[in-house]
Design a protein around this ligand. Structure first.
Ligand code: HGY
Ligand code: MN
Ligand code: MN
Length: 414
């Protein structure tokens, strides 16, 4: 049997599979729109399940709709080496975010099948439900339930903007599984993903050996003033919630800049009520996304935000409600998994650099319950969460090759 690291994936097959999934929810600008648990998400899930069954895998689905495709190993009692990612996208998402990691995992299985290679441990490829946190907040909720970060009840009850819950939508699309969430033993977890930032391409490196991820805090803020007539209401008698929102956006941006170069601070959503051109807005809903590699800095950003918002609300006479809906501590991945990624990269003579992830990934949650690492490949101009998101076929192949090598390092080859 050839050395595990000499096995070669079929990069064309992987690229073509990604392009096949990209047809589901394809947008005019060449991206993907497959919001979690919509009919398009179901269509992509169904295609993945079909392909995995064709590859001889058994399929299990847990109570959060996470899909597990298993290729058995020689030791039926051994815990699995797992890989995967997500199939749901942002509203203006790209063809690679999430999909790449899922299909790179399937390519590992297809390659082992082609070569008749048996592993000691089973190989699991997983599709995590609602990684993006766009339709249902927060992001990575299902890997979070799997890792014990959230209760199953909390996960299933997350509503979308129409009040439909994850639980209801899982039932509707036929992915409400019965496997108890989090009971599946994981020996090691690897996730392949595009970097979604500019570093690898700028440094002309093919592989990012991901040693960890920055922490994140997500908040939902509601500012409440008084709707009133835009004409007769004097400027000094207004309780204008949108004015408060404008100052909140400026405050959040300042907090990010004040903690440069590693802080990120974003107001991604804003909903002004009643949103009528001649009514002074009475209520505004906004979201805040803070990121930083250092938990103490995140805590300081939190304090600065709350103090700043208290002052804004007091000055304008608004009621302020802040709910924190995500508190993801900075993550340090497991040394042995990071080493396996590095060795698999060096075995292929790919250029590499260590890095931490700016984006959150399901791997960030799984790291709490299993040794975990990630494999990054570059993306064109570092752009992601955008329909123009793109990657070179040679990068797609390289990441899949490293994933195969790293997984076999942990799965054992007969
Ligand atoms: O928000 C994130 O970092 C990820 O894309 N869900
Ligand atoms: Mn992703
Ligand atoms: Mn994403």
């Amino acid at each position: 049997m050839s050395e595990p690291r000499n096995l070669s994936i079929d990069g064309n097959r992987l690229w073509n599979s990604i392009m096949e999934v990209a047809k589901i929810g394809a947008t005019d600008k060449g991206g993907s729109r497959r919001l979690a648990l919509t009919d398009l998400d179901r269509e992509a899930r169904d295609l993945f399940v079909t392909w995995c069954k064709e590859a001889g895998c058994t399929i299990s689905i847990d109570q959060m709709g996470n899909i597990f495709a298993r290729r058995p190993g020689s030791d039926p009692d051994a815990s699995a080496v797992m890989t995967g990612s997500h199939l749901d996208t942002q509203p203006t998402g790209g063809r690679f975010d999430g999909v790449y990691g899922v299909l790179a995992g399937l390519e590992v299985i297809r390659t082992l099948n082609d070569l008749g290679t048996e592993t000691e441990r089973p190989i699991d490829v997983v599709v995590w439900t609602n990684e993006e946190g766009s339709r249902f907040a927060p992001s990575m909720i299902s890997s979070g339930v799997f890792a014990g970060e959230f209760t199953l009840e909390h996960g299933l009850s997350r509503p979308d903007s129409d009040g439909l819950t994850i639980g209801e939508e899982l039932q509707r699309i036929g992915y409400a599984g019965d496997e108890e969430v989090g009971t599946r033993a994981v020996h090691a977890y690897f996730e392949a993903h595009i970097e979604q930032g500019p570093i690898l391409e700028a440094e002309d490196k093919t592989i990012g050996v991901v040693t960890g991820a920055q922490g994140q805090r997500w908040y939902e803020v509601t500012l409440t003033g008084v709707e009133s007539h835009a004409g007769p209401t004097p400027m000094d008698r207004r309780k204008d919630a949108l004015l408060g929102a404008a100052r909140l956006v400026e405050l959040v941006n300042h907090i990010g800049l004040d903690n440069a170069p590693n802080a990120c601070a974003t107001v991604g959503m804003i909903d002004s009520y009643p949103n009528s051109r001649n009514v002074i807005p009475g209520r505004v809903f906004l979201t805040i996304d803070f990121r930083h590699p250092d938990a103490e800095v995140l805590t300081q950003m939190d304090t600065d935000m709350r103090d700043g918002l208290d002052a804004i609300a007091a000055t304008i006479g608004l009621n302020l409600a802040i709910e924190q809906i995500l508190d993801l501590a900075p993550v340090h991945f497991d040394e042995s998994c990071v080493a396996a990624v590095r060795q698999a990269t060096e075995a292929q003579d790919y250029t590499l650099r260590d890095m931490i992830s700016g984006a959150g990934h399901d791997a960030c949650n799984i790291a709490a319950v299993a040794p975990t690492s990630m494999i990054f490949i570059p993306c064109i101009d570092g752009i992601s969460h955008n329909e123009v998101e793109d990657a070179k076929p040679e990068w797609i192949t390289a990441g899949g090759q490293v994933l195969l090598g790293a997984m076999l390092e942990l799965a054992g080859v007969k």
